[in-house]
Every structure is written in structure tokens, then in C-alpha cells.
Design a protein. Sequence first.
Length: 114
Amino acid sequence: MEYRDFALADAVRALLPILDSFDRALASEGTREDFRSGMELIDRQLHDALGKLGVTEIETQGRPFDPTVHEAIEMVDTEQVPDQHVLQELQRGYKLKGRLLRPAMVRVGRNSRQ
């Protein structure tokens, strides 16, 4: 096996417990609240596993618009944020060990008073 295959195997191994949690949650006959708490657990597990692999989220909310990591979907006239700052995140962006995997899709505020 090549180094790349070993790295892929480690990544998949890190994701298997999350798959197990999904299977248990979907097979459970608990309440809606039990299902929600199961989904929240899975969300935490997935973020933890991706974090161990070097995946980080791109900061967006209230940050200055940065075209190297943000993809502006819409400009909105507003006074809620300073001019050219992220007003709303529409889709989370990620980096892998500092390299862009996917830009964050955002709405950007345009504030003419500044």
C-alpha cells in the first residue's frame, strides 16, 4: 500500500464511528428529542474527526469580506454590519491544513454611511 492509501485509510477510520452513530440514530425508536440529540452528537463527532484530519472552518460572521476565502452571493444594503463585512453565512467554508477546500458562501453588507 502506498502512503496515500494509508492516509486515506486513517481518514476513513476516523469517520467510521460517525457512520455507526448515524446507523444507531436512524434505527432508534426514541422521541423526536432523542433523535435531535443523536444528530447533535453526530455533528460534534464529525467536526472532531475532520478537525483531527486538519480541516478547519473559515470564519465569516461579522468579518471583513475576503475574496480569497469568501464567495459573495449577494450584496445587501444594511446598517447591521460595517461596509464590506459578512452579513450572513449561507454555506460554511473549509480549509485543510491551511489550504482552501471550499470558500464560504456569504451575503455581504453594503453600508453607505461609512
